[in-house]
Design a protein around this ligand. Structure first.
Ligand code: AMP
Ligand code: MG
Length: 404
């Protein structure tokens, strides 16, 4: 495809994902596995619950012996089972999570009990039937049962499940290591006051935070002047990373050196003009085996391009089998104008209502406006050539990080 051909965002994303493979797999201690993706299917090492357990504080007994009185012959607490065999006319004091003793078929709750010394009776309401308030062995999962599949994300609940199932380590994909560099002679470090002709190079911090929140290990190589030698040094310093991201200097101006320097270092570069707004030409390619993305320097363009291209690439490399994001639908609160030839990702505010999501543009849409991006919580997607849409129209949105 000619380098200056305008391509659709979906085509660009597919081409980008095709440049990279998931990272190597490793076994990590389960305490370190949260947030990763499984690299293999996982089965239970044990049965849960391991025995019939009481679901309540009360008395273990034989249902046919009710209403009693019954003789209390022992106690079973969580971690301290009673080892006898319950006989007709007997009850065992029992607590939540404790083993139900052999011979008992029911747990009666303590609120229904009338206890006098070593005798207990249930003169009013008792358990509804035999088996009441017992969690049977294996109702959660049995040894060797499949619990999670390759590609599944280990979120908090799944982490709890796999820990309960006795797994000491989990096979996961290595966390992708992203190295970032920002380039531009006008940039000064965040926290520093710019001199004449300078601005704060804020994109590196912003994208590092975005990538870390998405599960990457990030090294920010910092601010690099618009000089071939300095850029070449910084790019060489990225050796060993899983993804290299450059910010700025990716257009075709005299000071846009990222592409020629990468090529001089042996990178294979695709340079795409993508039919989206915001977003200037985006660079994608490989340096050795490492995918390289060149993001535009305009802060909103950098954020949006990272959101729609870099995060799916990261998820793909982290082992997500479907890294593309499916937009949600929301109803327009105000009409929006017709759209031109590029798919537009408008900064927008989505509100949750009783009957679903609604959305309105967050303000002016210039791609330098960080104030508008920071108060937006969504991107409102306007397809290429979309007609003007009145209030009430259902439109696709991508939810962003929630502003505080
Ligand atoms: P460029 O892509 O280098 O042509 O930059 C486009 C615009 O984004 C220019 O106004 C730059 O000053 C600005 N810019 C470039 N890099 C950054 C950065 N790291 N942080 C904030 N603004 C930047
Ligand atoms: Mg520049």
């Amino acid at each position: 495809m000619p380098a200056d051909h305008l391509i659709e965002a979906d085509t660009a994303l597919a081409r980008l994902l095709a440049l990279a493979r998931p990272t190597a797999t490793e076994d990590v201690a389960i305490a370190e596995a949260g947030g990763r993706r499984l690299a293999a299917d996982v089965t239970a090492r044990l049965t849960q619950p391991p025995a019939d357990l009481s679901a309540m504080d009360g008395y273990a007994l034989r249902f046919e012996d009710l209403p009693g009185p019954l003789r209390i012959v022992g106690e079973s607490a969580a971690g301290h089972p009673w080892h006898g065999v319950l006989q007709p006319g007997e009850a065992v004091r029992i607590f939540t999570g404790a083993h139900v003793p052999a011979g008992a078929d029911t747990v009666a709750v303590q609120e229904d009990a009338e206890r006098v010394a070593d005798s207990v009776a249930f003169p009013r309401e008792g358990p509804p039937g035999p088996g009441a308030h017992i969690r049977r062995r294996g109702i959660d999962f049995a040894e060797d049962a499949p619990l999670a599949r390759r590609g599944d994300r280990i979120g908090p609940a799944r982490l709890g499940l796999l820990a309960a199932a006795g797994l000491p380590t989990l096979p996961v994909h290595r966390r992708p290591h992203v190295m970032l560099l920002s380039t531009g002679d006008e940039l000064v470090a965040p926290g520093t006051l710019p001199g004449p002709g300078q601005i704060v190079g804020s994109n590196g911090l912003m994208l590092a935070a975005l990538l870390r929140a998405a599960g990457a290990d990030v090294t920010d190589l910092g601010l690099v002047p618009d000089s071939r030698a300095a850029l070449a040094d910084a790019i060489r310093a990225s050796a060993g990373a899983d993804i290299l991201v450059t910010i700025g200097g990716a257009s075709v101006g005299d000071h846009d050196l990222v592409k020629p320097v990468l090529e001089a270092l042996g990178a294979r570069i695709d340079f795409w003009k993508i039919a989206i707004r915001p977003g200037k030409p985006l660079m994608a390619g490989t340096l050795g085996d490492m995918p390289v993305m060149g993001l535009p320097g305009n802060p909103v363009s950098a954020y949006v391009c990272a959101r729609i291209f870099l995060l799916p690439l990261l998820r793909h490399m982290a082992g997500d089998p479907s890294p593309e994001e499916q937009p949600r639908m929301a109803r327009l609160e105000t009409g929006v104008a017709e759209n031109g030839l590029r798919r537009d990702y408008m900064r927008a505010i989505v509100t949750q209502r009783d009957d679903g999501l609604t959305v309105r543009p967050a303000g002016a849409q210039d791609s330098s406006l960080l104030s508008v991006l920071a108060r937006a919580n969504a991107l409102l997607i306007r397809p290429a050539r979309a007609e003007a849409a009145p209030a009430g129209t259902s439109v696709p949105v991508m939810l962003l990080e929630t502003p505080d």
